[in-house]
Design a protein around this ligand. Structure first.
Ligand SMILES: [Mn+2]
Length: 326
């Protein structure tokens, strides 16, 4: 047994309970986190398709933000219901997938007293609790935990489910580049490919919408990167004028900066809408820095090696060529 395997919780008891809950359920709501990334979307889609294939319960999938357009290439015909438009008391089971402090925490305040709550997550700093709690930061992604649940039930997965799961794993591991990629992660990915998932198609949908505009944006952003020698912090800022960027591109820029020698922490700051600024931190394992601790001081959270925050404000450029948030 490899070291990483023994570190991971196997969740066998939880999986058995989860299977029982799904068998008994009549009306299930599955929710991904706000500003959903491919792990959130992939886990919600994979689980909903799995339930519809093998169980009798009605399933609704949802999020406080819309289904990302770019992911419809690989997960077609999916739409999220906004929990604000739903009568949440109608559900007898609600399931939060990935980073449950960003959405699921709001949903469970409005459910019926008899509703069973389930969390599947891989964030070490999760504070939201549920009746059934499957959360272990040793897993690359929520999708990897879900894969293990599907395998536990001995029920076959199809190409659609395999694609949704692999999308989450590929995104959260930066296509198997980050330290959260274990030998089990790779074994799971290999199996998903056997079931019809395509790394090439997923990468195309997740990362490769690189048109000339995107490359120009990278040029502008990278040109302005500031490096603080004393702290090893590299900061990139993307203003509204730079154009729209998706979460995949933010992740790519952060990854690229964090792997530069002498950079200890990469921070990408970007304008998400007129009134909100988001920041994304990234570090590498060898730096031994917990960036989620930095994100926490700004009201955010995440993983030790990748985390983020969101604050109200606007990025404005200053006369000395720098910027500030006001
Ligand atoms: Mn995730």
């Amino acid at each position: 047994m490899s070291e990483s395997m023994s570190e991971k919780q196997q969740f066998l008891k939880e999986f058995n309970t989860f299977n029982y809950i799904l068998q008994s359920a009549k009306n299930i709501f599955i929710i991904g986190h706000s500003n959903p990334d491919p792990d959130a979307v992939g886990s919600v889609v994979a689980l909903s398709q799995f339930i519809q294939k093998y169980f009798t319960a009605k399933v609704t999938i949802g999020c406080y933000d819309p289904f990302p357009e770019s992911l419809k290439q690989i997960m077609p015909e999916n739409e999220f219901s906004n929990p604000e438009d739903l009568d949440l008391t109608q559900f007898d089971v609600v399931i939060g997938c990935d980073s449950v402090d960003r959405g699921f925490n709001r949903v469970i305040k409005n459910i019926s007293d008899s509703c069973v709550t389930v969390i599947i997550d891989h964030h070490h700093d999760t504070v939201t609790k549920a009746d059934l709690f499957m959360n272990d930061a040793n897993y690359s992604s929520t999708c990897e935990i879900l894969y293990n649940f599907f395998a536990f039930t001995h029920k076959k997965i199809n190409k659609e489910i395999a694609t949704a799961l692999l999308a989450g794993i590929i995104f959260d591991t930066g296509t198997f580049q980050h330290a959260n990629t274990s030998s089990e992660t790779l074994a799971v990915a290999a199996n998903l490919i056997k079931h019809g998932a395509s790394i090439a198609k997923i990468n195309l949908a997740l990362f490769s919408n690189r048109n000339i505009e995107t490359l120009n944006l990278w040029g502008r952003v990278l040109e302005r990167v500031r490096f603080f020698k004393e702290t090893g912090l590299a900061v990139a800022v993307i203003t509204k004028e730079d154009g729209a960027v998706n979460s995949g591109e933010i992740s790519n820029i952060a990854s690229m900066l964090s792997t530069v020698p002498s950079v200890k922490v990469a921070m990408v700051v970007y304008q998400v809408d007129d009134n909100h600024v988001k920041g994304s931190f990234r570090t590498e394992k060898y730096n031994n820095i917990d960036v989620s601790a930095i994100a926490h001081t700004l009201g955010g959270g995440g993983h030790k090696l990748a985390s983020g925050f969101s604050i109200p404000g606007r990025i404005v450029t200053t006369n000395d060529g720098g910027w500030k948030i006001q």
